[in-house]
Design a protein around this ligand. Structure first.
Ligand SMILES: Nc1ncnc2c1ncn2[C@@H]1O[C@H](COP(=O)(O)OP(=O)(O)OP(=O)(O)O)[C@@H](O)[C@H]1O
Ligand SMILES: [Mg+2]
Length: 293
């Protein structure tokens, strides 16, 4: 067997082979703080992330979305309950679950190319020609072929996010987890990134979990939307989005999209109001008030 093939098998990187994995979150609870001043963030939350689907989580600000991401990624452990990836219990972080965060995690003193090859190179699981050609393939895929020798600060916000996507994808993860990755981008770049990300997903349907607080973004992207309650986070509703693929922005003005939006906004408004009553500031109540719904 050629060394490149061996390298590819060890790393699990086989071109575009999608990771169509299932995640089961069973009765998961998580609290922070010490015994006498503990704050419950997630309570008995059960939900399934289906293989080959793009599942979007929406929920009020501060409800525990990133905590849930950290639990699935294995950065944190649940206090009770369990998380299964294809039937095996998640015990810690691993490259079968890659996370792209809102904050850039690119290393500023390394070029785009160096950032992308950093992980596999460090581990030594993909080397030489195989690593170079996989990195080049992904750079082209995310439209950064010509920018591979630029440093992160020389890239626009949208380009940085695409570099992060390539950096995660080189690990060929079983599931991609995106925690509000486009928050902070201007409206135009955000729209372009949503479309770009959608095309990437529709190409090979890798299992994806995407967190957002924008309901339009959720409807545009999702196969399934999980609406969370206020903290402690629980599943309020699972909404199937049956808009056809490939998706188009015009579909957001369809009757079906409006119905989903009304449904989700009603729940989120209810949750925002509850947090108002309990004295917690909620960005969602503000956003809702401004949206004129
Ligand atoms: N490591 C930690 N230690 C203590 N408290 C934490 C920790 N991580 C999160 N929390 C608390 O858990 C709650 C939920 O936080 P989390 O970041 O999961 O919410 P979120 O829904 O992602 O919020 P946002 O919409 O702002 O991204 C917050 O009240 C936060 O203060
Ligand atoms: Mg968060």
């Amino acid at each position: 067997m050629a060394q490149d093939t061996i390298d590819a098998e060890i790393s699990g990187t086989q071109g575009d082979t999608p990771g169509q994995s299932k995640v089961e979150i069973r009765q998961v609870s998580k609290a922070y703080g010490d015994e006498w001043a503990s704050e419950s963030v997630i309570e008995s939350l059960s939900v399934e992330i289906m293989p080959g689907e793009l599942t979007v989580i929406v929920g009020p600000s501060g409800c525990g979305k990133s905590t849930l991401v950290n639990l699935i990624a294995g950065f944190e452990k649940p206090d009770s309950g369990e998380i299964l990836l294809d039937g095996s219990k998640v015990k810690g972080p691993a490259r079968d679950r890659m996370v792209v965060f809102q904050e850039t995690a690119l290393i500023p003193w390394q070029t785009t190319y160096q950032n992308i090859v950093f992980g596999p190179k460090l581990r030594g699981d993909l080397k030489g020609k195989a690593l170079r050609s996989e990195a080049e393939r992904l750079l082209d895929k995310v439209g950064l072929g010509e920018f591979k020798n630029k440093y992160p600060l020389q890239l626009s916000g949208g380009m940085q996010r695409r570099a992060e996507l390539a950096r995660a994808l080189i690990n060929n993860p079983r599931i991609m987890i995106m925690d509000e990755p486009f928050r902070g981008l201007d409206a135009m770049s955000r729209g372009l990134m949503q479309e770009f990300f959608l095309r990437l997903f529709e190409e090979n349907r890798r299992t994806n979990l995407f967190v957002t607080s924008e309901i339009d973004e959720a409807i545009f992207l999702a196969d399934r939307i999980i609406v969370l309650s206020n903290r402690p986070a629980q599943v309020r509703k699972v909404i199937e989005v049956n808009l056809p693929r490939p998706r188009d922005y015009k579909m957001l003005s369809s009757e079906e999209a409006y119905a989903i939006k009304r449904d989700a906004m009603e729940i989120l408004h209810e949750e925002a109001m509850k947090s108002f009553k309990s004295g917690t500031k909620s960005d969602f109540a503000e956003a809702y008030a401004k949206s004129g719904q």
